[in-house]
Design a protein around this ligand. Structure first.
Ligand code: GPP
Ligand code: MG
Ligand code: MG
Length: 350
């Protein structure tokens, strides 16, 4: 494990690439003789939405390339991996700006959601598209000459589709005007999570580094998926748990899953073990905006000892993932990539 000083430095070096890319993109839009106010708008959009997250996804492209190429990692490799890392962060910014509108969320990363900012509103929809387009501008600018350029393009396109499908199922399973807990199940839950989170957050960063490292073996990509997708499921279950039980000051957002009638891990877990009395309370109070309804649901969760069940789940999945990783063949793909990833998120509180 790298020391915390080395981690801080790696993060700083990653952060330092952000202004370079922002500048490049602004130069690009400026070449179209944009009115000054539109230029300023885009600048604000980027600063508000792309910067300021945990950067785990972006950093993991860099961590992965270091492991894959080892001592042969050049400064140019590092720079390129940072650019790809920022492409993942930019893609996520596109998703989150749009998602916050769809979820009627209030805050993100400790700030008001972009669409909630004075004068923004539904313009945020177009802003999310601009963030998406930036990804392809960066890919073209820095990777056009690389033999793996098309692989990168295809990967971004495929993963975007996966995420959009996950978002669709997430939304139609939880229409805000029609609460029906019978729609939920752990099986459906796992499907949503796989598509809306695991592909872009876990598989994408590692697969990008693998393309950069010149890996062509289809089996290596499959093995990476076999570990990273369950790891993504574990991460989203943490997210759902923290949405309800986390401290908003620590996680940087106010959870809205109960109000939004979300098919979250908590409600699915509760549905599996609730008594008929508790089930009635869940049916009556889930998916309502009123804070009293929300606190009744939270009380049922507490009575069902969800916190304890979550601890058990966390221990259990750590054991399973560790076992999966230990079975990997080092000749196909290095284990360290996955171990680092897992240790970063295990028992996280934000
Ligand atoms: C966030 O999930 C949603 C996504 C990352 C996918 C969005 C996809 C689009 C195509 C727009 P969430 O709503 O469960 O999480 P949070 O609590 O962070 O809003
Ligand atoms: Mg959301
Ligand atoms: Mg959502």
């Amino acid at each position: 494990m790298a020391s915390s000083n080395a981690n801080a430095l790696a993060k700083k070096e990653f952060e330092d690439v952000f202004p370079i890319l922002t500048e490049e993109f602004l130069k690009e839009v400026n070449s179209r003789k944009l009115p000054q106010e539109a230029f300023e708008w885009i600048k604000k959009n980027i600063h508000h939405n792309v910067f300021g997250g945990k950067m785990n996804r972006g950093m993991s492209v860099v961590d992965s390339i270091k492991i894959l190429k080892g001592g042969e990692t050049s400064n140019e490799d590092l720079f390129k991996a940072r650019v790809l890392g920022w492409c993942v962060e930019w893609l996520q910014a596109f998703f989150l700006v749009a998602d916050d509108i769809m979820d009627a969320s209030i805050t993100r990363r400790g700030n008001p959601c972009w669409y909630k900012m004075e004068g923004v509103g539904t313009i945020a929809i177009n802003d999310s598209f601009i963030l998406e387009s930036s990804v392809y501008f960066f890919l073209k600018k820095y990777f056009r000459q690389e033999p793996y350029y098309v692989d990168l393009l295809e990967l971004f396109h495929e993963i975007t589709l996966d995420t959009e499908l996950g978002q669709l199922i997430d939304l139609i399973t939880a229409p805000e005007d029609n609460v029906d807990l019978n729609r939920f199940s752990m099986e459906k839950y796992k499907y949503i999570v796989l598509y809306k989170t695991a592909f872009y957050s876990f598989y994408l960063p590692v697969a990008l580094a693998m393309h950069m490292a010149g890996i062509k073996n289809v089996l290596a990509f499959q093995k990476a998926k076999d570990i990273l997708l369950p790891l993504g499921e574990y991460f989203q279950i943490q997210d759902d748990y923290l949405d309800c039980f986390g401290d908003p000051n620590v996680i940087g957002k106010i959870g809205t899953d109960i109000e939004d009638n979300k098919c979250s891990w908590c409600i699915n877990q509760a549905l599996m073990i609730a008594s008929s009395e508790q089930r009635k309370l869940l049916d009556k109070h889930y998916g309502k905006k009123n804070p009293e309804d929300v606190s009744i649901i939270k009380q049922v969760y507490k009575d069902l000892n969800l916190e304890e069940l979550y601890r058990e789940y966390e221990e259990n999945s750590y054991t399973i993932l560790t076992e999966l990783i230990s079975q990997l063949d080092e000749n196909i793909i290095k284990k360290d990539i996955f171990l680092e990833y897992m240790n970063k998120i295990y028992k996280r509180t934000k």
